[in-house]
Structures are given as structure tokens and as C-alpha cells.
Design a protein around this ligand. Structure first.
Ligand SMILES: N[C@@H](CCC(=O)N[C@@H](CS)C(=O)NCC(=O)O)C(=O)O
Length: 281
């Protein structure tokens, strides 16, 4: 009995050895069957050492071109759209080159089947990167913070504050300051009652910021984060909605502090006005 038992596992392990060896053999055969790759690599290395340009066969160059295209950042937006400006500001602060596609909202370019396939909400901005088509400006900011490792917040506590401000920005700032600016610019016939309501909402949002920035340098802590990126364009353009930011001195000082940082500028100065391909691509 003991000998039989001992034999079985031995036979099993021989089989599994054969199975395990198979991929190795396949790997070896791939390498053996590729003397041309080895030779091409050697030729490239020699050329590189001489400083000569590396020639690539069409079939070899294709994947790297596809990879390059997938890793490109493409922003679809329009400069008058502050959610689009938030993304443009983030890319600028991170020093990330990006292609830009101007979406003509007046012409309805955001409701075409092609655009709706990118963003089911039919809105700008949309960011394309690494095979993703991302909608909602704060989702894009969060994605960029994670992929670039910039402006995400340095601790769990800071990241939680960032998330809170991002929610608040959509809840109170966009619907207060943002709507007031929008109606003032694009719907001047809006009834006074409606204007009074949205303006009061905008002022209340500015009061909240004013209180917080009385003690805080940036929204989520000592350093700037995507929370500041999300809020800044609304403040920078607040006067278009008839808000005099000088009434909120802490907010004004914070905006001026942000403007001293690399890559920060007024949204309209930052955003392209027409289609463009990133420099160097
Ligand atoms: N919550 C969205 C709002 C985006 C948004 O409102 N985009 C406007 C331009 S500022 C738009 O595309 N409007 C056209 C529409 O809604 O049909 C975000 O933050 O990205």
C-alpha cells in the first residue's frame, strides 16, 4: 500500500513538470525564432551609439504610435464653459500637454451622435485618455490628480476635505455663482425674482468661502489641491455675474495667492479658443 501511494504522486509530479515546462519551451522557441528582432535591436543600438536615427519597420512602429495616441490627453470643451476651464487649469498646473477640440455649443455640437457617444450627458467637458472618455469636470480632476500624482491632497484627511469641497462646488457654487453668471450673460430676460434667488445663493456660497479662507491658506490644507482648481474659475469670472469679489477679501486674497502658482492664469487666458494639437506631438 505504502509503495503504491508513493508511486502516484511521483507520476503526478512528472506530468505537472511536463506541463510547467511547456510554456518555458514556448518562450524559448519564440526567442529562438526571432533572430531578426535580436539583429534589429543590435542594429538600432549601434545606430543609437553613432547618433544615427533608428529605422523601424512599419509593423514594429505601429504599436508604439497607437500607445502614444492612447496616452495623449484630449480635452473637448469651450472656453466660455467654466467646467471646461477647470480641466484646462488642472492640465496647465500639472504641465501636461493636451490636444484640444473646440465644441461649438451654439451649433449643437454637443448633441450630435458622435459627441453623445463620448458623453451620454451631452455636455462639455470630456477628457479622453488611455482609452477612457471621461465626463463631469470633478471626475476628470480626480482622474488627473490620480494619474499625474498632483494636487490630490497629502493625507486621507486632506483627500476627504477635497472630496467635500468638490461636492459643495457642484451643489452651491455652480448653482449660485455659476447660474447667476450664465443668466446674466446669456439670458438677460430672466425674471428678477429668479435672479434674486440665484444671486442670494451665490452670495451665500461666497460667505462660506470667506469664513473658511479666514484661517486656511488653501481649501483643503496648506497646499493647493484640485478643490482649489475646481473653485478658482468661478471666482475669477464672478464679476460677469455682477459679484464684486472685493466684498469677500479672504476669497480675493486666496485667488491672488493661486495666481502666483505655476500654470495658473485667468480661465480665458488659459483656454484655447479653437482646435489645437499639443506641441511636440
Ligand atoms: N456637472 C457638469 C456640468 C457641465 C456643464 O454644465 N456643461 C455645460 C457648459 S458649461 C454644457 O455642456 N451645457 C450644455 C447642455 O447642458 O446641454 C460638469 O461639471 O462637468
Amino acid at each position: 500500500m505504502a509503495t503504491k501511494k508513493a508511486k502516484k504522486p511521483a507520476a503526478k509530479s512528472a506530468k505537472s513538470k511536463a506541463r510547467k515546462a511547456a510554456p518555458k519551451a514556448r518562450r524559448r522557441s519564440v526567442l529562438k525564432a526571432s533572430p531578426t528582432i535580436k539583429a534589429a535591436a543590435e542594429r538600432s543600438a549601434k545606430r543609437a551609439a553613432k547618433g544615427a536615427p533608428i529605422k523601424r519597420k512599419a509593423g514594429i512602429a505601429k504599436p508604439s504610435a497607437a500607445k502614444k495616441a492612447a496616452n495623449r490627453y484630449v480635452l473637448h470643451g469651450i472656453f466660455a464653459s467654466l467646467p471646461s476651464c477647470k480641466v484646462g487649469l488642472m492640465l496647465s498646473m500639472c504641465g501636461v500637454p493636451f490636444d484640444y477640440h473646440h465644441v461649438d455649443l451654439r451649433a449643437g455640437a454637443h448633441k450630435t451622435p458622435e459627441f453623445l457617444a463620448k458623453n451620454r450627458f451631452g455636455q462639455v467637458p470630456v477628457l479622453e485618455h488611455a482609452g477612457h472618455e471621461i465626463a463631469q469636470s470633478n471626475v476628470i480632476l480626480d482622474y488627473l490628480a490620480r494619474t499625474t500624482g498632483r494636487l490630490a491632497g497629502h493625507s486621507e484627511a486632506e483627500r476627504l476635505r477635497v472630496a467635500e469641497w468638490l461636492m459643495w462646488e457642484q451643489d452651491r457654487l455652480a448653482s449660485g455663482l455659476g447660474i447667476t453668471r450664465f443668466l446674466t450673460r446669456f439670458a438677460p430676460d430672466t425674471p428678477d425674482e429668479v435672479m434674486r434667488f440665484v444671486r442670494a445663493r451665490g452670495e451665500a456660497a461666497l460667505d462660506t468661502l470667506e469664513r473658511h479662507l479666514g484661517t486656511a491658506k488653501f481649501l483643503a490644507g496648506a497646499a493647493p489641491t484640485i478643490a482649489d482648481v475646481a473653485v478658482f474659475p468661478w471666482i475669477a469670472t464672478a464679476e460677469e455675474g455682477g459679484f464684486d469679489i472685493a466684498r469677500w477679501p479672504n476669497v480675493q486674497a486666496w485667488a491672488q495667492r493661486l495666481l502666483t502658482l505655476p500654470g495658473v492664469a485667468h480661465p480665458y487666458a488659459l483656454m484655447p479658443k479653437e482646435d489645437r494639437v499639443a506641441a511636440g506631438s
